[in-house]
Each structure stands twice: as C-alpha cells, then as structure tokens.
Unconditional design. Structure first.
Length: 296
C-alpha cells in the first residue's frame, strides 16, 4: 500500500510540473517580446519609421507586459499616430477618374495598395515614389515628399492612353457635332471660300462671253466698214459692251485662279498653322492676283 501511495504522489507531481511548464515558458516569451518591442518601438519612433514603430509599440502596450511598460508604449503609440502622415491615392485618364488599378507599389517595389478605394493610408514621412499599375500593365510613377503630420495627402497618377479610359470601347461612335456649334474647322472654311471664289470667277467669265457676243452683234448691226467706222450713235454701245466683256474675262480669270490657289494651297488637316491670303486685282487695262501666306 505504501508503494502504491508513493507512485500516485509521484504521478501527481509530474503531471503538475507538465501543466505549469508551458505556462512558465509562455510568460518568459511574453516578457522577452515586451522588452524587445519596447526597445525597438522607441528607436523606430525616434528615427521616423512610424509604420514599424506602430507595430512594435502595439506589442508592448498589451496587458501581458508590465504596467509601467504598457503606460510608456501607449503614450508613444499615441504620439506616433499623431505624427505619422497619411495619403489618399487617385488615378485619372483622358476621360476622367480611373479605378481600374490592380496595385500600387512603394519605392523599391514593396506592395502598398491593392486598389483605389479612397481610404487614407499610413506612410512614413520623406521622399517616396509610388508606382500605379493598371489592368493592362501600364505603369505610372509619382514621386512626392510627404511631411510629418500631414493627413490625407492626395497623390494622383495621370494615365494618357485612350485604352485606360473607362468609357473607351472598340466600337465607339464618333462624337456628334451640334448644328449650332460656334465655328467649323479652319480647313473647311478655306475650302468653302475656294469654291465660292472659283464659282464667282466662272460666272464672271460667262458674263464676259455674253458681253463679247453682244458687242459683236451690235457691230454687225451698225454697218461698220473695213476701218471699223460704224453708224453714228452706235459706237458708244459697242465700246461699252466690249469693255464689260474685257472686264468679265479679266475678273473671271483672276477669281478662278484665286479659287484654285485656295483649294490647292490653303491650310488643311496636315498643316493647321499654315496661313494663305489671295487677293484679286482688277483694272481696265488688265488684272492679276496677289498671293501671300505663312507656312510652318
């Protein structure tokens, strides 16, 4: 009986030691973790590594640490949260804001954000480069200096390719031009002026031909001799008709040439900054056209 009682007491003692050993080990690990976090958090806060300092101080502020340590770490944690800046990320394309961003990397490629959701993200103060990566692989990097204590600093990446526009599609219809728009394209106005000038020139040539035929008709009905001496009173009518015929041919030729010059050399889509001026010159003794311009 004494042997059995001794064995039972030994078993109870061994079991108690087995149960208390893990608890003692856990307490020792907690103390080491608290001490390490206390030292690291203070150093990281002083060096401006607020993100890492926040993680360390959150460990030594737990109730498992010593009371004085919890008080110190809690106070430091509040100071870090006050001094640590935050940023809000945005992206835009040619048609407005973009949300199709798959990730944002920080500085040396460290993942920083998986999406743009408008939330403020904690960031250490200093100079940082953020790389915005779109769904098609396009990357835009933005470098900015973030000051200590700044909150909700807007950082925007600008994508200029049409493929990233949220409304862009392969079968997009061309933009509608309202009938009441302020002005037509410059090339269209020049072509219209060219056709009008040429049309007026054709009409002037037709008028010259008509007056020429009228002069010939009057000359034949005035019984003019071989030396162009006609019946009295008819010479003025013949002379006027002939003069109008000459003016019509001269003006028509000049206007027709001017219209052709405008159509051929006026500014078009490929040369939006080309300027051309055409001015007809008409006189009783003849005519001409003056062309001037600026080409770039």
């Amino acid at each position: 009986m004494r042997c059995s009682a001794f064995r039972l007491a030994t078993m109870v003692l061994v079991g108690a030691c087995a149960l208390t050993a893990p608890a003692a080990t856990a307490r020792a690990d907690d103390k080491e973790a608290c001490a390490a976090a206390y030292a690291a958090g203070q150093a990281q806060r002083d060096s401006g590594e607020f993100t890492r300092a926040h993680e360390s101080l959150a460990v030594c502020a737990k109730p498992v640490c010593k009371d004085w340590m919890v008080a110190e770490c809690t106070r430091w944690l509040d100071d870090v949260e006050r001094r640590q800046p935050t940023v809000v990320l945005f992206a835009e394309g040619v048609h407005g804001e973009l949300v199709d961003i798959v990730r944002v990397d920080l500085d040396d490629g460290k993942p920083f954000a998986k999406e743009l959701d408008g939330r403020a993200l904690a960031l250490d103060p200093g100079r940082h480069t953020l790389a915005f990566v779109a769904s098609d692989g396009t990357k835009v990097s933005v470098t900015k200096v973030i000051a200590e204590g700044q909150k909700a600093v807007a950082i925007k990446a600008s994508f200029e390719t049409n493929a990233l526009a949220p409304t862009a599609t392969s079968d997009a219809t061309p933009a509608r031009v309202d009938a009441g728009s302020s002005a037509a394209p410059p090339s269209s106005r020049w072509r219209t002026a060219g056709w009008i000038t040429g049309g007026v020139g054709v009409a002037a040539l037709a008028g010259g031909a008509i007056f020429g035929l009228l002069a010939l008709n009057r000359k034949s009905s005035s019984h003019c001799d071989a030396s162009n001496v006609c019946d009295p009173g008819s010479a003025d009518g013949i002379r006027n008709a002939a003069l109008l015929s000459d003016l019509g041919f001269v003006a028509g030729s000049v206007l027709l040439a001017g219209g052709a010059a405008i159509l051929l050399f006026g500014p078009g889509k490929s040369a939006p900054r080309t300027g051309l001026g055409v001015a007809p010159v008409v006189a009783t003794s003849g005519g001409g056209v003056v062309i001037g311009g600026r080409f770039q």
